[in-house]
Design a protein around this ligand. Structure first.
Ligand SMILES: CC(C)(COP(=O)(O)OP(=O)(O)OC[C@H]1O[C@@H](n2cnc3c(N)ncnc32)[C@H](O)[C@@H]1OP(=O)(O)O)[C@@H](O)C(=O)NCCC(=O)NCCS
Length: 166
């Protein structure tokens, strides 16, 4: 059974394993395979700081003892932008199409309301219809296009800006 919950510092090793695998599996994310350089200690400290600070959240999906997906929502501390979080999401190939993305977003919205967040924002690559469909289903609207936002395997890709006000 899949469980979605807030990340804990003790998840650091499993979380590194998860995003390393995701970086290998999908081109729809920022990092190339092996590009991230963070130690276990640094990752655990980063999670701990994030939890203590309260402006950001990482929600993980767990299948038995393994992390199979996550949704990150990063916020800033300045008063004028404190109401915003920027979202990223990814699920392992073995677990896509099972409703996990939807579960992660539902959990995020509960956290966001509890933490007085008003604007959820994200970008999605123009060539990623699955993610675009998920965001539309969750109530996100298109705000604009950032042309040639990324360079992936020698090709420029546009990013679509989307947001949802809650
Ligand atoms: C995009 C992604 C997060 C979707 O997560 P998921 O757990 O598969 O999504 P769900 O099973 O909850 O599906 C929710 C909705 O997404 C859309 N969707 C999911 N997979 C889809 C597919 N292969 N084709 C079209 N729409 C799809 C549908 O609208 C679906 O709603 P429905 O089940 O009512 O039809 C997942 O495919 C993924 O991690 N992909 C690789 C990384 C990535 O692209 N991240 C996003 C970067 S912006």
């Amino acid at each position: 059974m899949i469980k979605v919950r807030q990340i804990k510092a003790e998840d650091a090793e499993k979380y590194i394993k998860l995003y390393s695998k995701l970086d290998e599996e999908t081109n729809f994310r920022l990092y190339e395979p092996g590009e991230r350089k963070i130690s276990l200690t640094e990752q655990a400290a980063e999670i701990e700081n994030m939890i203590n600070e309260g402006n950001s959240a990482i929600i993980v999906a767990e299948d038995r003892d393994e992390l199979v997906g996550y949704l990150s929502a990063f916020g800033r501390s300045q008063n004028r932008v404190k109401h915003i979080v920027t979202i990223g999401i990814a699920i392992l190939q073995s677990h896509v199409g099972m409703g996990i993305g939807t579960m992660l977003f539902k959990k995020l919205e509960v956290w966001a309301k509890e933490h007085n967040k008003h604007r959820l924002e994200l970008t999605v690559m123009e060539n990623n219809p699955s993610a675009y469909a998920l965001y539309q289903k969750m109530g996100f609207e298109v705000e604009g296009v950032k042309k040639d936002s990324l360079l992936i395997n020698g090709e420029y890709v546009n990013d679509i800006y989307m947001s949802k006000l809650i």
